[in-house]
Design a protein around this ligand. Structure first.
Ligand SMILES: [Zn+2]
Length: 410
């Protein structure tokens, strides 16, 4: 991932988070350190209370190996993701497991309110989970962005032009007296997958397609590195042109996936259909901003077999699958991971559409087929919040802020 080189301690901690349990003998080849150096690092981590022994594994003929694991209560990280209707908070332990969650509705607008809401939600969730604030290593905030520079008027998402502003991070840091790590939501999931899932690490070349309440984005990992690009805007999958003769998009291109595959595009199509009155109405709002309730109405109609709703969802699933397959083909990726609340309730339809494209590639003998699955970090918007929290846990231990050893002692 795109992080500074790790010191040996952080590397050992990260490997243990990824693998669950490891012995000293297994850690040596994984780190490239000598056995003597490993003995010293493990001793220090045990003394600092960051790892603990987890029984021993019998070894035929030899000495049994002592297995080691992270001490889950050694420290915690708060993860937050902000979307249209909900700000989702999760509390993650040192081993990377979710120990508490708090959805806050409605999400707020404006930098000052947002900062206040993050600080307030984090304190409330810590209290709810019975975890002292001193044990929390930092807050990872994941959301849309960076700010779309092509928009003349303020971004349609209420926070898109504000939340990535470094001022928000600083303001929350000052309020909570702990470091804040800001990330794009799709990138947070992509990095988090690398931390926790063995198939993502084995793949080393994959993309997370993130469909939130409003927007669609992707986080791309190539050769084990998160791809950021010159404006930190790599993975803007919503602006892949699906039809060069299609309607103009605000980004300057034509027929972008944004116009077909985002929740707003889906609901606007349903509104037109409802207004035409050729079929029984699906029951979305008639005007005004599209809300998550509209998307739920569409998905629930599709689940109940409403013909237009089924058609609409299938069509969008094929668009998203085509964009994912294009990304996979362009960058030679072998795994596509779907995440985000925009898929909730319709995961199977979206995953099957992507699988179908990959199966077609396989049938004609093309090398560019890929595996497809949903995120292992959690369903709905949990995945981005967990990714945000993991971004805090996986910072090198030399980074600014409270150290893991401080939190373990608290
Ligand atoms: Zn566009």
């Amino acid at each position: 991932m795109d992080r500074p080189p790790l010191d040996s301690r952080s590397l050992v901690v990260r490997l243990m988070r990824a693998h669950g349990t490891l012995s000293r003998v297994e850690l040596v080849p994984l780190t490239g350190l000598t056995a003597a150096a490993m003995t010293n690092i493990v001793r220090d981590l045990l003394l600092d209370g960051l790892i603990e022994e987890a029984g021993s594994l019998g070894n035929t003929g030899g000495k049994p190996r002592t297995m080691l694991r992270l001490r889950a209560e050694a420290g915690y990280a708060m993860g937050v993701t902000i979307d249209l209707s909900t700000t989702q908070f999760v509390l993650v332990d040192f081993a990377g497991q979710v120990v508490g969650r708090l959805p806050v509705q409605p999400s707020v607008r404006g930098a000052a309110e947002l900062c206040e809401s993050i600080a307030d939600g984090a304190s409330r969730l810590a209290a709810q989970a019975g975890i002292a604030m001193e044990k929390i290593l930092g807050v990872g905030v994941a959301g849309q962005g960076p700010h779309d520079p092509f928009l003349a008027t303020p971004a349609p998402a209420p926070y898109a032009d504000q939340w990535l502003d470094v001022g928000i991070g600083r303001a929350v840091e000052e309020r909570l007296h702990m470091p804040v790590v800001l990330q794009n939501d799709a990138n947070a999931v992509a990095a988090g997958e690398y931390s926790l899932s063995s198939d993502a690490r084995a793949s080393n070349n994959y993309a997370v397609v993130y469909l939130g309440e409003s927007g669609l984005g992707s986080g791309i990992v190539v050769d084990g590195q998160l791809v950021l690009g010159s404006n930190s805007y790599a993975g803007a999958i919503a602006h892949l042109s699906m039809d060069v003769n299609g309607p103009p998009c605000f980004c300057g291109s034509q027929g972008c996936l944004e116009l077909y595959g985002t929740p707003r595009a889906m609901i606007e199509a349903v509104r037109r259909q409802d207004a035409a009155g050729t079929d029984s109405p699906i029951g979305v709002s008639r005007t005004g901003p599209v809300t998550p309730r509209d998307l739920r109405a569409l998905y629930s109609a599709a689940q109940n077999g409403h013909p237009y709703a089924v058609d609409q969802v299938n069509k969008v699933a094929r668009y998203v699958a085509a964009a994912a397959a294009t990304t996979a083909g362009l960058l030679d990726l072998n795994l596509i991971i779907y995440a985000g609340s925009g898929f909730s309730g319709m995961e199977t339809v979206f995953l099957e559409a992507a699988q179908e494209v990959s199966d077609r590639f396989r049938r004609v003998g093309a090398r560019r087929h890929f595996a497809v699955r949903s995120s292992c970090l959690g369903s709905g918007n949990d995945s981005a919040a967990v990714g945000g929290a993991l971004g805090v846990l996986e910072r090198p231990s030399g980074a600014r802020g409270r150290t893991t050893a401080d939190a373990a002692r608290a």
